[in-house]
Design a protein around this ligand. Structure first.
Ligand code: ADP
Ligand code: AMP
Length: 212
């Protein structure tokens, strides 16, 4: 597949970011991730929308969804600029799904299936490189030297929303808002379901088989 448009779905901690990096390397596509884009804009002033909070960061720290107006705009610009892409973290509700449908076509929709307690273990042990964004896990995928990125030597940090309490809140928000998105693509007959509880290499093998 050349310049594929791939959507990767799954709960927080399912391994979307981990597998997206492999898709980027293998297919030369762009990684479009609303979570990273929003983290880079946590302090953006959105008070003109007159909603519950005045910045994306306040929604994120509470584990809630950032308003559609903000996220849709980010995705539109990113997809316009990308040749092929893997889209990660979007859509997260029905209205975002409709919006995505109006701006692009998808070649494949992957779903990484992981049960809740495993998600919590993955999220609370996650460490991210502040320089290149590589993701580690203190037990499941530790760096050679604690706190240091194997790939670029950058410092690793723990995301503010990766506490157990916020992780559980995010999984709850996922169940309420995003699980129906998975059902939508399943009903449309285009969902490729992958057992996300295998090792990262095994998950990647299934993804490659599905796409090639
Ligand atoms: P997501 O982007 O879906 O939130 P990540 O890719 O960031 O998830 O993975 C969440 C955590 O789980 C990270 O610490 C990552 O290293 C770890 N992880 C990812 N895939 C696996 C896997 N197949 N088995 C065990 N741990 C994994
Ligand atoms: P993630 O990095 O995908 O785990 O996302 C981190 C946080 O960013 C989420 O808990 C939300 O607060 C926010 N976020 C990311 N993507 C979206 C989206 N598509 N819609 C609304 N909020 C989002």
């Amino acid at each position: 597949m050349s310049n594929p448009h791939v959507l990767i779905l799954g709960a927080p901690g399912a391994g979307k970011g981990t597998q997206s990096r492999r898709l980027v390397e293998h297919f030369g596509v762009e990684h479009v991730t609303t979570g990273d884009a929003l983290r880079a804009n946590k302090q953006m002033d959105i008070s003109h929308l007159d909603l519950a909070y005045d910045t994306p960061g306040e929604y994120m720290d509470a584990g809630e969804l950032v308003p559609d107006e903000v996220v849709n705009e980010i995705v539109k610009t990113a997809l316009e600029d990308a040749d092929g892409y893997v889209l990660d973290g979007y859509p997260r509700n029905e209205s975002q799904t409709e919006y995505l449908d109006s701006i692009t076509d998808l070649d494949a929709v992957l779903y990484l299936d992981v049960e809740e307690e495993e998600l919590v273990r993955r999220l609370t042990g996650r460490r991210v490189c502040e320089n290149c964004g590589a993701t580690y896990h203190v037990d499941f995928n530790p760096p050679e030297e604690p706190g240091v990125c194997d790939e670029c030597g950058g410092d690793l940090y723990q995301r503010e929303d990766d506490t157990e309490e916020t992780a559980r809140e995010r999984i709850q928000v996922y169940e309420e808002n995003t699980a129906p998105v998975v059902e939508y693509f399943r009903d449309a007959g285009v969902l490729v379901e992958i057992d996300g509880e295998q090792t990262p290499d095994e998950v990647w093998e299934d993804i490659r088989d599905a796409l090639e």
